[in-house]
Ligand binder design. Structure first.
Ligand code: PMP
Length: 349
């Protein structure tokens, strides 16, 4: 047998279909707007490609430190936040030991990393409206860590800051990872928790709010001990995981944060308009704090709606999982794209 037992046994993460040509692509929570023009200028000026990049992305960490008012040595940059999350599981949690815990309906990559490293996990059911009771995360037996995506994916919901803090306060002996992939579209960040508590790691991405899914860049903020652990594990895997082009592009984006805010405001305005249009049409649309919607309707056959939209060249995401199989996840595109989606839904449903 040429493959390891792990390779044979593990069920890998399934990413959204990456069909760009000819489709309205609303299936991977990408930003419909281009990144800042400064990013393209920076890429034109790239040089020194014969040399390895800064292993810890020093200049980018400096900019991120200023952006977040965070000590730059307590920031870690990675090749997309997926890479950081994957490294974090290995950095903080023991194999074949107590469980790590996350909500039942959340980012479907978490169980994959756990399985990859033989980290035991269990999930906690949300309420029927997908809201999370913070008390469910207090006094946990047999638990070595907690992962919370805030706002959560695919449910789109944000937890109250005080609720997240209460989970942290009640679990100060374990690392709590807060995945803020979509927080740029929400109402607050948890940066202050990472400053106040040693056991909190915040993970962010350039893929969504910054319109840079194509460069693969993310970052984490936490206490010195958490960041040094990540650096150590990164150096056991790939010391130069973030290339020069990516570092330069991300630096340019951060320097033009006003541009990013304008794009975010456009996405939020479209999100609110389409949410209310869908509610008028009888859909259940939880109050999204992300750049996507999670919708259902009485008597809805989500899978067939997904298929019909695909035939009309509109790609959205359907998860064939028991609790959410009657839901569709739809990324917020431009106003024009979303109007085409509404028209298509009107004829299909
Ligand atoms: N966390 C969540 C909740 C996500 O939905 C995604 C995007 N699939 C990521 C992390 C990873 O994003 P990226 O690797 O592009 O930074």
């Amino acid at each position: 047998m040429l493959l390891s037992k792990k390779t044979l046994e593990i069920r890998e993460y399934t990413a959204g279909e990456q069909l760009n040509e000819g489709y309205i692509k609303l299936n991977s929570n990408e930003n419909p707007y281009q990144p800042s023009p400064l990013v393209f200028n920076a890429l034109k000026d790239i040089n020194k490609l014969n040399f390895y990049p800064s292993p810890k992305s020093d200049a980018l960490r400096h900019e991120l430190g200023k952006l977040n008012d965070f000590v730059e040595d307590d920031i870690f940059v990675g090749n997309g936040s997926d890479e950081i999350l994957g490294l974090a599981f290995l950095t903080y949690y023991n194999q074949k030991d107590k469980d790590i815990i996350f909500p039942d309906v959340t980012y479907s990559f978490y169980p994959v990393w756990a399985d990859l490293y033989d980290i035991n996990y269990r999930t906690i059911a949300q309420n029927s409206d997908f809201s999370i009771n913070p008390q469910d995360y207090f006094n946990l037996d047999n638990c070595q860590g907690i992962i919370i995506a805030n706002p959560n994916a695919p449910t789109t919901l944000e937890m109250a800051y005080e609720d997240i803090e209460s989970i942290v306060v009640n679990n100060q002996d374990k690392v709590i990872i807060i995945d803020e992939a979509y927080a740029d579209f929400g109402t607050y960040y948890c940066t202050a928790l990472a400053k106040k508590y040693q056991n909190v790691l915040i993970v962010r991405t350039f893929s969504k709010g910054w319109s840079l899914a194509g460069i693969r860049c993310g970052y984490a903020m936490g206490s010195r001990v958490l960041i040094e652990g990540l650096n150590k594990i990164r150096d056991c895997f790939n010391s130069y995981s973030v290339d020069r082009l990516t570092q330069a592009a991300a630096i340019a984006a951060v320097k033009d944060r006003d541009y990013m805010h304008v794009c975010i405001q456009k996405v939020i305005a479209t999100r609110e308009r389409i949410s209310s249009e869908l509610r008028k049409r009888g859909y259940t649309v939880p109050q999204s704090k992300t750049n996507f919607l999670f919708i259902t309707k009485d008597g809805f056959d989500a899978r067939s709606v997904y298929q019909s939209l695909k035939e009309q060249k509109i790609l959205i995401r359907h998860f064939n999982l028991p609790k959410i199989k009657n839901y569709l996840r739809i990324t917020i595109g431009t106003d024009e794209q979303m109007d085409m989606l509404l028209d298509a839904l009107n004829t299909i449903v």
